[in-house]
Each structure stands twice: as C-alpha cells, then as structure tokens.
Design a protein around this ligand. Structure first.
Ligand code: GLN
Length: 483
C-alpha cells in the first residue's frame, strides 16, 4: 500500500474508501468494528494525501488502520467493549495511537474485544461476539479478536492490540496473522484502559513481521506520561522505517524448546515441529530445555491479574464517568447498581476473585504467593536465555474453538493462555507466527526473546517468513458471497 502511495498509483482517500467498502461487505458477518467513522477517516486520508503531495510522508502515511477499543482516542467513543463505557467519549488520545496518527495513518475505527480485555474468545463483549473469518462458527480468540479478524479478513493491513496474558498472540494464532507483544515498557500504556497494569502491553497484529515491525517502530519509546515506559533506546528499531527489519548478522542463533510448553498441545503440534525443522534448515541450532515452574503460571496470573483488575476497575463507580444507574436512592445504591448493571459476568468474576486475593488474611496465601511464583518463572526464563537466544513454543494449545464451547467453563477458557501467560509474567517480548493449518484452521508458533531483544525476535521471524509462505495464507471468504 505504501509503495503504491509513493508511486501515486492510488491515494490515501482511495485506500480508505476501498477499506470502508470491504468493511461494509464483510463486517456484518464478522463484527470486528464497535465504532466506524467514515467522515473522520476520510478527513485523515485527505490530510495524508496532502503530506504525500508535499513529500512529507513516513512509510505509514496514508495507511488505514483500526485500533482495539481499549485505546482512548480524543473525540472517539472508547468502550472497552463494556456497557460501563458504552457512551464514553475519550477526552485524550493514548500515546501509542497518537504516535501512529502523527505518522499520518488513517484511523478507520475501533475494534471489538473481550470486555475490559478479560477473555480469550471475544465473546464477552457488550457489543456481541466477533466471528473468525476462517470459519464463522469459530471464535477469533481474544481478547484482541476484533483486531485479529480485521487483519485476517483484509479489512486493514494492521491493527493495534494489547497483551496482558496472551491477547495479541492467541487471536493472531487463531486467525492466521502475525502478532507482536513487545517487551513490557517498550510501548507506553498511557491512554490504554488499564486491566492489570504490571502486565498490560500494547502491540500490533499485521500480515507479516515486516509490517508489525514498522508499526512497532512508530508506537514505541519513552513516554513521560507512563512511569513504566522504558528509557531503553534501540537504534535498530529506530532505523526500521528506513532500513526494514534486516537480516541476522551475528552468526547462528540457538533456539530453545522447553518441554513444558509442549505438554499443553492438543492440536497443531506437527506444525511447530515443522517450524523447528525450518529453523534448523536456516542454520539455527535447536536445543531442548526446561522451564520448570511455568505450570504454575496460569494460577499465579489469574491471582495477580484479578488483584490488579479489582483495584483498576474500582474507578467505575457511576460518579464521574461511565454507566450510572437510574434514580439512585443512596451512595451505596449508586455504586452497587451502577457496577452491577455496567459490568458483565466475567469482569465481575475477576473483581470478586481479585478482591478476595487482596483481602486481609488471604493476601499472603494468594497475592504474595503468586508474586513469588512470578519471580520463579522470570528466573526460569533468565536461565533459559543463558543457553538459548530465543525460545520456540506453541502460541495456544489448539486451534480456534467453537463459539460457546468454553463459555460455561471459565477455567477451560483460562487454560487457553497456558503458553502465553508465562511470557507476560516475565515481561518478555514474543511473536506469534502463522505456521500452517490443522484441520483447516490456522496454527500459531510462538517465538520468545529476552528483554528488549525485539531485534533478534523480529529478524528471526522475518527469516522464517522469507523461507516460507504460511503468513500469506488467507481465509476463504466464500461465506461473504453466500450472505
Ligand atoms: N485471556 C487472558 C485473560 O482473560 C488474557 C487477556 C489479555 O491478554 N488481555 O486475562
């Protein structure tokens, strides 16, 4: 798209109109968008066309994007897929999105997700579920399911997402697109509605590693408005808009495979074996190793994330913003009914378990113990990175499950995150790469790197995508003609 813009083969207005047309045709069945604003998008596109005409363009100028509805954008309704924020118009813009807008991208709209990013299927949204473009009766994964389905169906070339426990990588795997969760601190969390602040990280879903890197380069960097955003400078990442991802220069790398990750697999294991063979063919050394504590990651995560969510979500009390119940009789009644009506069942479950884990008498047994497990898991990874430069794992235990299949079993839903959550607890960067199909549905392979080593992570991902064409497979959209 960018090359065509520079060569004047098409304008940003034309790209935007084409995207709007495709969305009109496909999104009735998919439900990726919570909010779409053609007027605002076309105004962005006209501005981008002016910048292009004056040769003031970045590689992203004029490219239509869409953003997970967890990012505040000034003047845009920002719902987090909750009834609580169904009418909330953000008064300011998240830094990650502001940087993309300053680079000249077009904002088409806001994408569906699990309510407050809690879930693995995009079924808990107040605005209805999103369908997987590979099979409409399957979930797209979650919580960034709207972003994954949007990219898989070719509605946008890339979309933002957030990953607290796997919410970029697992939907990317389910929809056959590339998903990048950066190192914690790489991208500012300012203006991203908080779920679990010690884990939340913004990232991107795209059609390729090259595209994901381009978007990351734009979003990343220190932000004084987020005290946990990192000062780490990365000359390689800063050069990506000019030089691309580039190739590995520092000799053969070692890729570790931890046996504990592979215990979780229920489908698609032979695809990960194939990735291993491809890496070996490309000259990587593969090494079996162990991360002994990661089986405890899931319970530790659901204590820590719940605890942080219960405090973060206490701000929704019906007083300053968000849903307010009708005719409150007292302050307690205002709180109780506003929260009771505004939050869905899964969000309430997190608030209840999180509050319990933090309460006097239980704090040591749950929250403190979970923090100790978190430390052990981080140490496991630190040991592993003494032996290996990168780790290879499945992204999810299986392929996209059917809508409704796990909705009555929260723990089975949480087990979806078995392979992604350890990475968040340790704050590491990771990629999910499409690596072929199992029973006609996409499988994702996960590459994990050490802190701030996005360079080797993305260069390795790009090397795999140069050697294979798994990432170019797109779903058959025959259902669109039938509809
Ligand atoms: N599925 C996980 C959860 O429900 C991860 C969510 C996320 O990464 N935002 O907490």
């Amino acid at each position: 798209m960018a090359a065509g813009l520079v060569r004047r083969e098409w304008s940003s207005v034309e790209l935007t109109e084409a995207a709007l047309k495709r969305i009109a045709r496909l999104d009735r069945s998919l439900n990726c968008f919570i909010t779409l604003d053609a007027d605002k998008a076309l105004a962005d596109a006209r501005r981008a066309d002016q910048a292009l005409a004056m040769d003031r363009a970045t590689p992203l100028t004029g490219i239509p994007l869409a953003h997970k509805d967890i990012f505040c954008i000034e003047g845009w309704r920002t719902t987090c897929a909750s009834r609580m924020l169904a009418d909330f118009v953000a008064p300011y813009t998240a830094t990650a999105v502001a940087r993309l807008q300053e680079a000249g991208t077009v904002t088409l709209g806001k994408l569906n997700m699990d309510e407050f990013a809690m879930g693995s299927s995009t079924e808990t949204s107040f605005f209805g579920h999103t369908a997987n473009p590979w099979a409409l009766d399957r979930t797209p994964g979650g919580s960034s399911g709207g972003s994954a389905a949007c990219v898989a169906a070719g509605l946008t070339a890339a979309a933002t997402g957030t990953d607290t426990g796997g919410s970029i990588r697992q939907p990317a795997a389910f929809c056959g697109v590339t998903g990048l969760k950066p190192t914690y601190g790489r991208v500012s969390r300012y203006g991203m509605i908080a779920f679990a602040s010690s884990l939340d990280q913004a990232g991107v879903l795209a059609g390729s590693v090259e595209d994901a890197a381009l978007v990351l380069a734009c979003m990343a960097g220190l932000d004084p408005s987020d005290a946990t955003s990192s000062e780490h400078r990365d000359p390689w990442l800063e050069a990506v808009p000019r030089a691309g991802v580039g190739t590995l220069a520092d000799g053969p790398l070692t890729v570790g495979l931890a046996k504990e990750f592979f215990k979780a697999i229920v489908a698609g294991g032979e695809r990960i074996d194939e990735v291993r063979r491809t890496l070996e063919r490309l000259g990587f050394r593969c090494l079996d190793l162990s991360l002994p504590h990661i089986a405890a990651a899931m319970p530790a995560y659901y204590v820590i994330a719940g605890a942080e969510a219960s405090t973060n979500l206490s701000r929704y009390d019906g007083v300053r913003f968000g849903h307010r119940c009708a005719a409150p009789q007292s302050l307690a009644d205002l709180y109780e009914r506003s929260r009771g009506e505004g939050f869905g069942a899964e969000v309430k479950r997190r608030i209840l378990t999180g509050t319990y884990a933090l309460s006097a008498g239980y704090f040591d047994a749950y929250y403190l113990r979970a923090q100790k497990i978190r430390r052990l898991i981080a140490q496991d990874f630190a040991e592993a990175f003494k032996q290996a430069d990168l780790l290879l794992a499945p992204t999810a235990p299986g392929t996209a499950f059917r809508r409704g299949q796990l909705t009555d079993d929260p723990v089975a839903m949480y087990q979806q995150d078995a392979c992604t959550i350890p990475v968040n607890l340790a704050g590491l960067p990771a990629l999910s790469l499409p690596c072929g199909l199992a029973d006609g549905l996409p499988v994702g392979a996960q590459l994990i790197a050490n802190h701030f080593d996005e360079e080797r992570l993305l260069k390795t991902g790009a090397a795999l995508q140069q050697a294979t064409d798994w990432h170019e497979r797109r779903p058959n959209l025959g259902w669109a003609e039938a509809a």
